[in-house]
Design a binder for this molecule. Structure first.
Ligand code: SAM
Ligand code: SF4
Length: 325
């Protein structure tokens, strides 16, 4: 469907849990968040019902997220269910990779088409400092294992943290030199704890990468669900991408909405107060009512974020782990 500004909305990020097995400093507080009661989280049947409605509105690409999606029991059941909905063209997920290796056979069998692994460093101590947990080797093994499945498109997502993982950007991008995966740098957004962590401009990172790997060319075509700018370094198997929502605002081409694990449909990351779909679902709303409410909410999607401006009362205050990134 199109929103009020003529943008085609065809992609949804669905968070399946607010829980996580890591505590990334820019995403979750050290003590974790007060977990939401299980019965406040959308059930798989509820998510599947919503997905059928989303598809009828033209939203046919789904990314599962969290918290950490792989800690939600039975996730593969949900993946299979979404894949089976006529009209769905893509079911992918983003994970920290800790539980990936052991779950890959089931994820593959369920039909997952792409896996993004969030990885901010390949240095053990830095990983522990950023995530406040150990487990780097599990994440790396998960990535290697994923590459054994040619039908699963693998991507690495790194959030550059100025003064924290600067020494890793070149190294992380280098993973695309020999491996068939893309490495993307995702600019820090001032949401939740991320407000306290300065990001780094893509130009700075790109310059460092060109110094290390030579002059890159802009890569043609669209490689995912969103607004990444991709470049190709000489001799690299995979591509390197930049997703810079603040310094290279892409709101005019935004194609996405979000559904939190508690059932809030968010048309824009920055604004609080989306549609409480869970209340409608549990208040026995018909499919027709649900569809109409969802359509109206998406239609009114705000024109753009205002991350560079002063905080306003309507801005989102939740941590990223409760939204899904
Ligand atoms: N646990 C999974 C993971 O880490 O991929 C899924 C959820 S996590 C919230 C999704 C993505 O959001 C991760 O890549 C994480 O680095 C990113 N993220 C968290 N807070 C962010 C922020 N303030 N700005 C930009 N990206 C952020
Ligand atoms: Fe967990 Fe992902 Fe947030 Fe890290 S970024 S704390 S892995 S939800």
């Amino acid at each position: 469907m199109q929103d009020q500004y003529g943008r085609t909305i065809d992609y949804i990020r669905i968070s399946v849990t607010d829980r996580c097995n890591l505590r990334c400093v820019y995403c979750m507080p050290e003590e974790g968040i007060q977990p939401v009661d299980h019965d406040e989280i959308l059930t798989f049947d509820e998510i599947l019902r919503l997905c059928r409605i989303f598809v009828s509105l033209g939203i046919h690409k789904v990314k599962l997220t969290g918290g950490e999606p792989l800690v939600r029991r039975g996730l593969t059941q949900l993946i299979r269910g979404i894949r089976d909905i006529p009209g769905i063209t893509s079911v992918t997920m983003t994970t920290n990779g800790i539980l990936l290796k052991e779950q890959l056979p089931q994820l593959y069998a369920a039909g997952i088409q792409g896996i993004n692994v969030s990885l901010d460093t390949r240095k053990e101590q830095q990983f522990a400092d950023i995530t406040r947990r150990s487990g780097l080797s599990h994440a790396l093994e998960g990535i290697e294992e994923g590459l054994r499945y040619p039908n699963i498109r693998m991507k690495i997502n790194c959030v550059p943290l100025a003064g924290i993982n600067d020494d890793q950007w070149v190294d992380l991008a280098g993973m695309a030199e020999e491996k068939p995966l893309d490495v993307r740098f995702i600019e820090m957004m001032p949401i939740g704890l991320g407000r306290a962590y300065p990001g780094e401009k893509q130009e700075m990172i790109f310059a460092a990468l060109q110094k290390a790997y030579g002059a890159a060319e802009m890569a043609d075509g669209s490689f995912g669900n969103g607004p990444s700018t991709y470049v190709q370094f000489p001799g690299f198997v995979g591509k390197v991408g930049f997703i810079s929502a603040i310094s290279h605002k892409f709101c005019s081409g935004c194609n996405r909405v979000r559904l939190t694990s508690e059932g809030e449909l968010k048309p824009c990351l920055q604004y609080a107060g989306g549609l409480q779909v869970r209340d409608l679902l549990r208040g026995n709303a018909s499919d027709e009512i649900l569809k109409k409410s969802i359509e109206e909410t998406i239609y009114k999607k705000p024109k753009s974020h205002h991350f560079n401006e002063k905080e306003e009362p309507g801005f989102e205050q939740k941590e990223m782990s409760r939204i899904g990134g």
